[in-house]
Design a protein around this ligand. Structure first.
Ligand code: AMP
Length: 428
């Protein structure tokens, strides 16, 4: 056995896990279609400058960076938003707004590997660009709700906040942007005392602490109490009003919000408004998260464009599905092995295999030249549902033998009826 292993923090996905990732990706793509998001493919590598512009210290320090042979500083994408914002200022610049862009693929962060935390992981990413309205925020939250529902997860909960509240308070009290980002980073890690220790202004500290310690019975009450706490802070008050509008819209559309967290912050620096995350009760890591970033496109040299987006962590959705033992609602496709009885008729057997494939049946043709018994045993072991046995005598009558490998029954079937017979017969 080779001693080569995947690089630390990366992994091979094979068999059921590969199938699960493919299934979850298909669901993400379906969700994108349901909400009118167009799929876009962008490079896995981008200039370090682009990726580091506004993503925040946290992510900057975790990027995989290298110089290419031409001396350019390149990084593996740690997320999709910067790439899509780049597109919005270039190739998609003249497209009518709003833009709804979906992407899926691998992203890279030098995180400390543990359960649900990898250095290479998969995201489904949705960006909605061109609207500052709470309807746009509501759409990405509802889309996240639909995705969780579509993959069959139970009991998932959405946590909502607005980073504009904390930023508004700190700006008004004269906290510089760099310190603000450092405070938010610590809040994101729930290191509240460490966060408050960075703030010199006492009034600011008191207001932030009142939000951190705020308790309420319902999400609506939380928002009402937040309004009272930030009275006198103009931008923070507008942010709470906005949070309230989004919460009401989402709730009215029938999607419950489990929690509103007044001290909620997320790792990425570019957020300016609403932020949210989705969890399942069995795991304490977020399955997805997103928020509003109204200034990023400008930073990249585009027209001022308000935008909101979300990234779903596909690896973590897979873990949640495995933990909840969610059964795949994937279409169960019957698998068929086509086996010629002897060498001389393999051309004709291959033609039958082709006819079945054209009719949409999944066929594994016998390519090992094995004797019938061995080939059937192997097909059975691999979990094929049927074997189509192509014999000389039957072929002359326009027939083949169809063997049900699960029931261990067989019958002769005319070639005209073969594909419909395979498709019609229920499995099991
Ligand atoms: P972010 O891009 O930081 O907003 O993260 C969006 C989602 O990606 C998170 O909610 C996680 O589900 C997922 N995610 C983030 N980091 C990792 C990681 N290191 N490994 C696996 N999934 C991750």
């Amino acid at each position: 056995m080779s001693s080569f292993q995947p690089v630390r923090g990366t992994r091979d996905l094979i068999n059921q896990e590969a199938q699960l990732l493919s299934y979850v990706t298909a669901k993400a793509r379906e969700t994108a279609k349901l909400y009118g998001f167009k799929e876009t493919f962008t490079p896995v590598i981008e200039s370090f400058e682009l990726l580091s512009a506004k993503s925040g210290e946290e992510i900057r320090q975790r990027m995989f960076i290298f110089d290419d042979l031409g001396g350019r500083k390149i990084a593996l994408r740690p997320e999709f938003t910067a790439s899509i914002a780049r597109l919005a200022t270039t190739a998609l610049r003249n497209e009518p707004k709003p833009l709804r862009v979906f992407s899926t693929g691998s992203v890279y962060r030098y995180d400390e590997p543990q359960k649900g935390r990898y250095r290479e992981f998969y995201q489904a990413n949705y960006e909605l660009m061109g609207s500052a309205k709470p309807e746009a925020d509501a759409e990405v939250i509802l889309l996240t709700n639909s995705m969780m529902k579509n993959v069959g997860l139970q009991g998932y909960a959405i946590k909502l906040g607005n980073v504009g509240v904390l930023k508004g308070i700190m700006s008004q009290d004269g906290v510089d942007e760099k310190t603000q980002n450092a405070v938010l980073q610590r809040m994101d890690k729930k290191e509240y005392e460490a966060a408050l220790a960075l703030v010199e202004n006492e009034k600011c500290r008191t207001t932030l602490r009142s939000l951190i310690e705020l308790k309420a019975d319902t999400v609506f009450e939380t928002v009402e109490k937040m309004k009272a706490q930030v009275a006198g802070y103009e931008k923070a008050s507008t942010a709470v009003e906005n949070l309230s509008a989004i919460l009401n819209l989402v709730a009215e559309s029938g999607c419950p919000i489990e929690a509103v967290d007044p001290a909620f912050a997320r790792g990425l620096e570019y957020y300016t408004g609403m932020i949210f995350e989705v969890y399942v009760p069995e795991l304490d890591i977020a399955l997805g998260g997103g928020g509003r970033y109204d200034r990023l496109i400008e930073v990249f040299g585009g027209e001022p464009t308000p935008a909101v987006g979300v990234a779903h962590g596909l690896d973590r959705i897979m873990i949640a599905m495995q933990t909840q033992q969610t059964t795949l609602k994937a279409q169960i496709q019957k698998r068929v092995a086509v086996v010629p009885v002897k060498e001389e008729i393999k051309g004709e057997a291959l033609k039958i295999a082709q006819q079945l494939r054209e009719a949409g049946v999944s066929v594994e043709f016998e390519i090992m030249g094995r004797k019938m018994a061995k080939a059937l045993e192997d097909a059975d072991k691999r979990g094929a549902d049927y074997a189509v046995i192509v014999g000389e005598r039957e072929l002359k009558e326009g027939k083949v033998t169809l063997k049900d490998l699960k029931k261990r029954e067989q019958c002769e079937v005319s070639l005209d009826e073969l594909s419909s017979k395979i498709k019609q017969t229920p499995l099991g």
